[in-house]
Ligand binder design. Structure first.
Ligand code: PEP
Ligand code: MG
Length: 567
């Protein structure tokens, strides 16, 4: 009998295959306390196990760029002195054996990471879990089961898959996977996306529901696993898979093309990045530039505010990697849900409406000046632009601009080069900046709409609150009217508007955003080819007419239905 299971869409695509149930080997942790004279021996065992795993990770042969990135992220975690110091202290001060010390340290790290109120960082808990398994196997001398030798056409079902499991999969044999646990932004999901393999996560208890060996369809687009499908359903999916293959071939040839509509409007299709690894991936995916470099990750990964010099090196490298292409770097957007280990934020009832982003930067001017100086200096090496987040009042932008002017004067005196025409824009992500857009545009060289925040502030709906998630929609007519207003104001002033909120990567919305007049889309690297393909096959004027119909809607549902029907 056919059974259907729903899960979170970790990676899109369709495949038909046979289920393979993957169970990780059970590891029993030795709980024996050690004697004083065994301390060095036990700590030595851990060091050897860690080094042996680092050696294994350093073998990059045949690995994709994403796999290399994950291997280097794991190497960094293994080399983090806090990690080894914690294990050493458990062995030497608490007389725990190497297995117990490792097990407890990993559990503590996973616990800490799981509580962080940021999807990306929270998902890093699975990376700790992963290195924990791998080092434990080394300690115990176990050769872990891997997914490299499965039969062709396998759909892997497991309680969870670590990034190592996923990256060791033989992609000629595995056509998809589904797991009980896991989130959409985990490294496991990211690997599935780069392998271009349909994947579902967060399926509850799928690993206890199937036996293995069943025929199944995995539909990553709909978040569906269909076990023992009917002949009709199999035939329907075979047709869909063939169409998907043809579409993928077309997209491959489109990724490096210019995105110009049939009636000649050129659109920039850029990427959002958080570090240089993301930038490499964005360039491979054919980005026209970077529309948002979230610099807070540089601050979150440091043990103190990063210096001007250390930031300059990163910004300069990113600028050079992009050559003439535009690189928009956002100044520090910390606070809200993003904290820093080395800075005490005030206790606030509403941190999202509190001491954060430009407010904090203008309050801690020395810290802000270091970042601005790094940015202005890096502007000498390419097409760098500065973007200020979370502005509400015109004087915030003016103050930031005048700090840049002061820095330019200092650099002139010091004989240090920079781009004299350096553009400074703002993120439009508050209601105030929408309503005052005609005034802001006098002092901003461009706008970039941050729909993640703009939607929450326009609709008074917390973007992270699951209880009201159905009210949070970029398709709400109020949000769309705000977007249209901002774009129109910038065009009247002879300037441009981009979008760096997640709405820009929603490929269902590409035509609508094109019709609203958007000049630049910036989002997930994985979506670049698809967005370009839609733009190339669209007519801007025709989409502008469609957008007018949409703007006349009263309800979000009406908009969604119109968008779905519109081809
Ligand atoms: C946004 O608010 O849309 C945005 C791009 O910024 P962040 O998600 O970092 O707040
Ligand atoms: Mg924002």
């Amino acid at each position: 009998m056919t059974e259907r299971y729903e899960g979170l869409k970790a990676s899109g695509g369709l495949a038909i295959g046979n289920l393979y149930l993957f169970n990780r080997e059970e590891v029993v942790v030795d709980d024996r306390k050690i004697k004083e004279d065994e301390k060095d021996l036990e700590f030595g065992k851990i060091k050897d196990a860690i080094n042996s795993y680092i050696d294994q990770l350093s073998n990059m042969e045949g690995k994709s760029e994403a796999q290399k990135n994950i291997a280097s992220a794991h190497t960094e975690l293994l080399q983090d002195p806090y990690f080894t110091d914690t294990i050493e202290s458990k062995i030497k001060n608490e007389l725990k054996n190497s297995e117990m010390a490792l097990d407890e340290t990993i559990k503590e790290m996973v616990e800490i990471m799981s509580q962080i109120d940021d999807d990306y960082l929270r998902e890093r808990a699975s990376d700790y879990q992963d290195i924990g398994f791998q080092v434990m196997y080394k300690l115990k001398g176990i050769t872990p089961k891997d997914l490299a030798h499965l039969e062709k056409g396998s759909i892997v079902i497991s309680k969870e898959l670590t990034p190592s499991d996923t990256s060791n999969m033989n992609k000629d044999a595995v056509v998809g996977f589904a797991t009980d646990l896991g989130g959409k932004t985990s490294h496991t999901s990211i690997i599935a996306q780069t392998l271009d393999m349909p994947a579902l996560v967060g399926m509850g208890d799928i690993s206890t529901k199937v036996k293995g060996g069943e025929r199944a369809i995995i539909d990553g687009n709909q978040g569906l696993l269909i076990v023992n499908p009917s002949e009709e359903e199999l035939t329907r999916y075979e047709v869909l898979i063939k169409e998907q293959k043809e579409r993928k071939e077309r997209l491959k040839s489109v990724k490096d093309s210019e995105a110009i509509t049939k009636d000649g409007k050129k659109i920039e299709v850029s990427a959002n990045i958080g570090n240089l690894e993301d930038l490499k991936l964005a360039i491979e995916n054919g980005c026209d530039g970077v529309g948002l470099f979230r610099t807070e990750f540089l601050y979150m990964q440091s043990s103190d505010f990063p210096t001007e010099e250390s930031q300059f090196e990163v910004y300069k490298q990113a600028t050079q990697m992009l050559g003439e292409k535009s690189l928009i770097i956002r100044t520090l957007d910390i606070g809200g849900d993003k904290g820093l280990d080395y800075f005490d934020f005030p206790n606030e009832e509403n941190p999202f409406l509190g001491y954060r982003a430009i407010r904090l930067c203008l309050d801690k001017k020395d810290m802000f000046r270091a970042q601005l100086r790094a940015l202005v200096r890096a502007s000498a090496f390419g097409n760098l632009k500065i973007m200020i987040p979370f502005v509400v009042n015109i004087d915030e932008l003016k103050e930031a601009r005048s700090m840049v002017e002061e820095i330019k004067a200092e650099l002139d005196k010091e004989g240090i080069a920079y781009n004299k025409d350096l553009d400074i824009g703002i993120m439009v992500e508050t209601s105030s900046s929408v309503i005052m857009a005609d005034k802001f545009i006098k002092y901003a060289d461009f706008f970039s709409i941050g729909t993640n925040d703009l939607t929450q502030y326009t609709l008074a709906v917390d973007r992270g609150n699951e209880n009201i998630a159905d009210l949070y929609s970029n398709y709400n007519p109020a949000v769309l009217r705000a977007i249209k207003h901002v774009i129109d104001v910038s065009h009247q002033a002879g300037k441009w508007t981009g979008m760096c909120g997640a709405f820009a990567s929603d490929t269902e919305a590409t035509k609508l955003l094109l019709g609203l007049g958007l000049d630049e889309f910036s989002g997930s690297s994985a979506k670049i080819a698809e967005i370009k393909d839609t733009i190339i096959n669209s007519n801007q004027e025709k989409e502008a007419e469609f957008a007018l119909t949409v703007l006349d809607c009263e309800l979000t549902e009406e908009v969604e239905n119109l968008v779905k029907e519109h081809k």
